[in-house]
Design a protein around this ligand. Sequence first.
Ligand code: PLP
Length: 317
Amino acid sequence: MITPNKISLAQIPTPLQVIKFEGKNFFIKRDDLTGCELSGNKVRKLEYILYDAKRKNADVIFTCGGDQSNHARATTIAAKQIGLNTKLFLWGKETSTLSGNLFLDKMYNADIQFLNKKSYDRVNEIMFEERINLLKKKKNAYVLPEGGSTTLGIWGYIDFINEIKKQIDLKSVNSIVAACGSGGTAAGMLVGAALYRADIKIVAVNVLYSKEEIKKKILQLAEGCILDYKLNCKINPENLIILDGYSKEGYKRINQSKIKLIKKFAAETGILFDPAYSGKSFTAYYENYLKTGKRKKNIFVHTGGLFGVFGRTKDYL
Ligand SMILES: Cc1ncc(COP(=O)(O)O)c(C=O)c1O
């Protein structure tokens, strides 16, 4: 087994808390608390990725996402912490409101290129073309795909399983439920569960791709990681559950019934969910586990995304 190196960026271990909502207790793993400006699930992946970028003598990091991408913001801030700049290729408009994550991207001086949806579909090509242009000027760009979801980045969520194993007896856990965008978080947990011999269902609440697409992406990433790092484990595809239908309003939107639940939860517990990810995954957890009495052995992961709220203040209020 090859274990990659990482730099330390995240405030971990994050707490595994018992929270009471509507009179019912359940476990919530607070990955929203991996830091402050640098927070949420992305930080765990960036610890591995930025070590690699440094080792490869990167001059700049290229990455991509929506104009309110948590990943783009976290990459920008983390890169600054190790003395690197970022160029972000964002799906949005020059006129997108400068709030939330986009405000922070600007604040930390990220170089931003906006792309419309059609161009964004070929964002990886665009980043690699730009990398070649820079190489001609003897500048080395490290290209990081959407969500930091590479076979290296997902090590952050292999470690997450080891971390949670020290907080709870994994034999008492049926499933771990988390929001899913690019699939790296779910893929890492799937590999982690296999590696640490925990027979747990990984429940990915899909917010971005079609059910079939995301399932394929997650399994490819997980199996790719096992091959790349010669891991002595095998994925059981049946342990991956895609909980679909919780982003019907679209990735960049959130409907009022979810906002109502988010506000009720915030008022009762003090914990706030974002509009793109954790607000949707919590709605899925609420409907499938909390309300149905299946909550006890099923852990909900708060993956962060707080700054996204500030891009949606009117909807929230
Ligand atoms: C707050 C938040 N939660 C969950 C996710 C989903 O993680 P992944 O892209 O690894 O599926 C993201 C990804 O951008 C995120 O920002």
